[in-house]
Design a protein around this ligand. Structure first.
Ligand code: SAM
Length: 255
């Protein structure tokens, strides 16, 4: 039987897998915020008392670190229950008062905790938005985030960038030829998708180009404000670079 195309349920199973849980919990305990994340959050979310939402919080790496920086009104959610449990445990250990929820970004507004929410800002860091299979579902998540944010609220998120280096550009030209001949990995749904396995388990990731994200923001109630490759923002430590590849930071405002 040919391998089946990747679904959101498969992605969720991958994140609930013990290998992924250990990987993200270790990062939440030991790594904390990247220099670039801290810079962008402090620049775009200066009010530490404002109600802020973290989507795809995983084991709490970002929100628990933000609480330690004085952010007082944090809500965070993830669709992988095992990771939410890790985040709750870490927040309790660090005495961080954060509201955690088990929720899916593509169905947020129908979740009872978010039905009447109006956040002053939101973030979806370390490429979580790009781990939602199919562009229409990523757009759905962006619309749902817009629905729970106040007009003008900033959204900060990261993605990979298919064009960020000559080697990437060559590899995507080859991938385009495979798609043109119908020889791509049959588990992939759209050009730009990648599925790989390493010692933290199986990972699905969509790698966009810049035009794709600009169009998605415009179509989903967000006004693009700025975007930068991580290397343009900060020099990250060796441990951050071992944990994560180059990415692009995006800032948009709720229209
Ligand atoms: C790369 S991990 C990053 C986790 C955490 N933000 C960090 O930086 O350590 C991406 C996260 O997005 C979550 N995620 C992916 N799709 C989601 C969805 N549809 N709804 C909510 N969370 C989602 C995953 O479960 C995972 O925890």
């Amino acid at each position: 039987m040919p391998p089946r195309p990747i679904t959101a349920a498969q992605v969720r199973r991958d994140f609930n897998d013990l290998r992924a849980v250990v990987h993200y919990a270790k990062a939440a305990h030991e790594l904390g915020l990247w220099a670039s994340e801290r810079l962008m959050i402090e620049r775009h979310f200066p009010d530490r008392a404002a109600p802020l939402l973290e989507a795809g919080c995983g084991a709490g790496r970002v929100c628990v670190a933000l609480h330690a920086l004085g952010y007082q009104n944090l809500t965070a959610f993830d669709f992988a229950q095992e990771l939410v449990d890790q985040a709750i445990a870490l927040a309790a250990e660090r005495r961080a008062s954060i509201a955690f929820h088990h929720a899916d970004a593509t169905k947020l507004a129908s979740h009872p905790a978010f039905a009447s929410a109006r956040f002053a800002g939101a973030f979806f860091l370390f490429n979580g938005l790009m781990q939602i299979p199919l562009r229409r579902n990523r757009r759905r998540a962006l619309r749902q985030l817009a629905a729970v944010c106040a007009p003008g609220a900033p959204l900060l998120f990261t993605t990979h960038d298919r064009d960020h280096s000559p080697a990437e550009r060559v590899s995507w030209r080859l991938e385009a030829l495979r798609w043109a001949e119908g020889k791509q990995d049959p588990r992939l749904r759209e050009f730009g998708d990648r599925r790989f396995s390493d010692d933290c388990g199986d990972t699905f990731m969509h790698l966009p180009d810049r035009a794709e994200i600009l169009a998605d923001l415009a179509a989903t109630g967000w006004r693009h404000a700025e975007d930068h490759l991580r290397r343009e923002l900060a020099k990250e430590s060796a441990s951050v670079r071992a944990f994560s590849d180059e990415c692009r930071f995006w800032v948009a405002h709720r229209a």
